[in-house]
Design a protein around this ligand. Sequence first.
Ligand code: HEM
Length: 386
Amino acid sequence: MPQLSRRSLLGLAGAAGVAATAGVLERHSASAEQPATHPFFGRHQSGILTPQQDHLHVAALDLTTTHKGALVSLMRAWTAAVERMTSGKQIGGGALPAVDVAPPDDTGEALGLTAGRLTVTVGVGGSLLDKVGIARPATLKDLPRFAGDALREVISGGDLVVQACADDPQVAVHAIRNLVRLAHGTAAVRWSQLGFGRTSSTSKAQQTPRNLFGFKDGTSNAVSDVFVRPAEGPTWLVDGSYLVVRRIAMTIERWDRTSLQEQEQTIGRHKGTGAPLGLSSERDPLTPRELPMHSHVRQAHPSVNGGAELLRRGYSFVDGSDGLGHLDAGLFFMAYMRDPKSFVTVQTNLAANDALNEYVTHTGSALFAVLPGVQRGGWLGHGLLG
Ligand code: HEM
């Protein structure tokens, strides 16, 4: 693009107005293809295979009681609230009830907003099962410590997880806030994370977004085989899934001082096109052994990890600064899978062999069993607690 002076840029403002209008029209037609709401009822929970939304608010909660009845009441209340919020409705008696002598049921900040493709996905940690006296399946034992982990207890683990994804950050935050409010007396927030700019595509129809290293992320993403099958049990988890969460700090300042060539050698793909190194298109099939030995893509590839596959559904984050002159930025990695051993296999290999380790540090970690979907009249966790 030719260099433009500030004055000529200003002169283009009128044309920009026209372009902006065209942009609005484009956005409208794009959103016409995407439904504004995703169904709540179904065999699986939404928010797993759902084409990934733009924003995330996820929270882990710890039980403040070991009374199973209280947990059942919470799950029933959450089910009703999630069903309403994902259809764009206010919860309970709404934000502006006719009787004004008590606090409103709905906190109100989503009034006037659409559902924004909101999905809310609920899971339980092994620690919840311990607390309410239900045997943990072997698959839900805590993740092992990986080489290089610098995990902080306060942003790891949790008895319950609630993942809210939406195209409007305020809708996602409203969902988490109201679910946390309903949990008062039964569970309290342990950690929570906001995320923006999805870092993967969970549908081939979506364009691959870029992560904070500037690379396309999510080109190669397992998209369907993530649900627990009947033979794999436990029965309460059939049609559910496992979610691994890792808060990964990215040393973006060091990365930004690295040459383009080294960045591409580290990832194993070209930065511009997203194509595997030496090839020209993003979707060109890659042969891991033709990529640099320690490149991320080579070391993460299913073929060097016994076929292990993950559905990555992460988001970028920037949480202010680290107090040492750097942005506290990174990838909030979230991945769904049929068995957590898929993550353990891939991460064990990455921790030992991935060139990316020079630029990333895992600071938070959690594993959850994500409940199966809910049929009309049912409630989340019925198979586990009912
Ligand atoms: C901040 C940390 C990370 C960054 C910046 C990052 C970035 C990337 C990029 C740019 C790609 C290439 C595009 C693509 O094929 O989707 C990729 C692929 C991939 N990453 Fe990561 N990643 C990170 C952490 C992880 C972790 C922790 C895991 C799993 C334990 C992982 C698993 C994968 C897998 C399975 C692929 C696809 C490999 C293939 O089949 O070609 N990544 N990642």
